[in-house]
Write a protein that binds this ligand. Sequence first.
Ligand SMILES: [Zn+2]
Length: 366
Amino acid sequence: MKRSFYEKTKSFFINMGKHYKLLRVLAIIGLAFSMLFHRIYLYFKTGTKRFASTAFILLCFMVGNSFAYPVFQEENGFISGEEKEAEVVAVADSQIALADEQQVEYENIKVLDDEDVVDGYSDSQFHDMENVDKYFLDEILEENADTNFQPLKDSEQAEMESIPEMAMAQKPQFDAGDWKLVLINKQHPIPEDYSFSLGMIKTIKGDMECDERIIDDLLLMMQAASEDGVTLAICSPYRDLSYQEYLFNRKVRAYMKKGMSYMEAYSISSQAVTVPGASEHQIGLAIDIISDTYLTLDEGFAETSAGIWLSQHCAEYGFILRYPKGKEAITSIEFEPWHFRYVGRDAAEVIMKEGLCLEEFWDKYL
Ligand SMILES: [Zn+2]
């Protein structure tokens, strides 16, 4: 019987398999692999479009993301990793140098006055204070001639003036809860539950507001000054928060226009204008005082007859110089010879006699 080629080949492989078992194993493994690759080949061949579109989406995704890589954000185009590192170091160095330079600038810069800002902080000749209400004693007296305020007679005034001496002899005890002594500064904003009654002093120009409990002493002080030939004028007594905010923000903006960052402008503004929420003007206990001969709120007021009279006599009426010269580091406010704060006669006598600021008084007596 003649065998076909297929049968011959088949029996040849079977015989080979019988004689060499290792060959059989290899053949099986080879067959299994060829079948596997054939399956994969078929799988890709049937899904060509599907895989092509997936690959395309992946490519788009990678290209799109690559633009977010920092190297593309450099204005000068591509730079290598090493260059990049060197540049980072250089930038860090230049920033440190920049910080030093700004520090120097910051220390040398002049603190702006309110009026400097109002007038574009360039022309100091415009310190005319025309937009600030000023109240002179005669304007107050004229309006109140027939009502509440009667100037004291000399004997009564002498009696009033002797009270602080008596109090000193008895070593006054101060109470931290006393409204007159409330400490308001950057570290101690106005307590949320603080309340007071706004009193009005009628003047021919209109009403002037401050804490009603200080009005008598304030008018007595103005009266006494005028008897000594000094004409005082009260300006900007009570200010509500929005006005305080306005003053502060205006100063911050002025500094930012000069090229400062917001933080620098805020920091330097807080030296000149009290931070909103931390002003004694908002609780009606602070009075800015000028005179008829000197209508500017600046350091020069200290040298005027009114400035000198006030520093000598304010304590007799319960007022203190709130931001004295030499205490700037404690009060964080520049010297303000025009800004007076009511603390009551006992405390005022101690504070002015010992040359303290209110912060030091609190440390020592409360
Ligand atoms: Zn003031």
